[in-house]
Write a protein that binds this ligand. Structure first.
Ligand SMILES: Nc1ncnc2c1ncn2[C@@H]1O[C@H](COP(=O)(O)OP(=O)(O)OP(=O)(O)O)[C@@H](O)[C@H]1O
Length: 227
C-alpha cells in the first residue's frame, strides 16, 4: 500500500489537557477512512494535525512521502490550499457570497481566473443536484443543500485529500445519506483520499476502513472489542 498520509506517534496537548497521546495512522492513496470514538477522544485534533492545521508537540505527519509537521505556517497553508479540501459539520459557507462564489473560492485562492473558476464551480451544481441554486446565499439554502455546496467547495480544486469533520452531523439521516453518497461517489471518481470523522455508524459504513480513537490513540475496532 502507498500511504498518502501518515501520523506517527502524534502527541498534542491544549495546555494541561492531553488531546493526542501517541496517535498512529496510515491512510492509503485513494482510501476512505472513517474515524470514530467517544466525544473528546481526540478525533478532530487528529484530523487537524493530519491536515497541517495544528502542529503536534511530538511525533510526525507525512504527506506524499514528505514530512509536513515541521513546515512553516506559510508552507502548511499553501499545502492546505493546493492539496487538501475540507468539509465541516455546519458547511461554513461565506454568507455574503452566492453558492457558486463559495464553490469557486478555493480555485480563486489558487490563482485560477474568475471566469474559469466560475465555470468549474458551476459544473458541480448539476453533479450534486443543485441546479438553479447557484445564485442563492447560504441563508437561502436548506441544510442539505448548503452541505452539498460545501462538499462542492471541498472537492472543486480536486484535492488529494478531503478532510470531512462530521459532514452529516447537522443533517437528518436521509439527507446525511444523500450527502455521503455524493461525497464518496465524487471522491472515488477523482481518486481523492478521504479522512472522515463521524459519530454515526451508518456514515462510517461508507468508508473502506474504520479506525477508533480512544484517549488520544488510534485503535482498530477489533482491538477495542477484545477484553
Ligand atoms: N482549542 C482547544 N482548547 C482546549 N482544549 C481543546 C481544544 N480543542 C480540543 N480540546 C480538548 O482536547 C480533547 C480532544 O478534543 P477533540 O475535539 O479532538 O475530540 P473529539 O473526539 O473530536 O470530540 P467530539 O466528538 O466531541 O467532537 C478534549 O479533551 C477537548 O476538550
Amino acid at each position: 500500500m502507498t500511504a498518502a498520509l501518515t501520523a506517527r506517534g502524534v502527541v498534542l496537548s491544549f495546555g494541561a489537557t492531553p488531546a493526542l497521546r501517541g496517535a498512529d495512522l496510515a491512510v492509503a492513496e485513494g482510501e476512505i477512512v472513517a474515524v470514530m470514538g467517544p466525544s473528546g477522544s481526540g478525533k478532530s485534533t487528529l484530523l487537524h494535525c493530519l491536515a497541517g492545521i495544528l502542529v503536534p508537540d511530538a511525533g510526525e505527519i507525512h504527506f506524499d512521502g514528505r514530512r509536513i509537521d515541521d513546515l512553516g505556517e506559510t508552507a502548511r497553508s499553501e499545502l492546505r490550499r493546493d492539496r487538501f479540501g475540507f468539509v465541516f459539520q455546519f458547511g461554513q459557507l461565506v454568507p455574503e457570497l452566492s453558492a457558486v462564489e463559495n464553490v469557486a473560492l478555493p480555485l480563486l485562492l489558487s490563482g485560477v481566473r474568475r471566469d474559469a473558476a466560475t465555470r468549474q464551480a458551476r459544473d458541480w451544481f448539476g453533479r450534486l443536484g443543485l441546479d438553479g441554486l447557484e445564485g442563492r446565499r447560504s441563508g437561502e439554502l436548506s441544510g442539505g443543500q448548503a452541505q452539498r455546496v460545501a462538499l462542492a467547495r471541498g472537492l472543486v480544486a480536486r484535492p488529494r485529500v478531503l478532510f470531512a469533520d462530521e459532514p452529516t452531523g447537522a443533517l437528518d439521516s436521509l439527507t446525511g445519506e444523500q450527502v455521503m453518497e455524493l461525497l464518496v461517489g465524487s471522491a472515488r471518481e477523482q481518486g481523492t483520499t478521504v479522512v472522515l470523522v463521524t459519530h454515526e455508524g451508518r456514515v462510517a459504513a461508507y468508508a473502506d476502513r474504520l479506525v477508533m480513537v480512544r484517549d488520544g490513540r488510534v485503535t482498530t475496532p477489533a482491538e477495542v472489542t477484545i477484553p
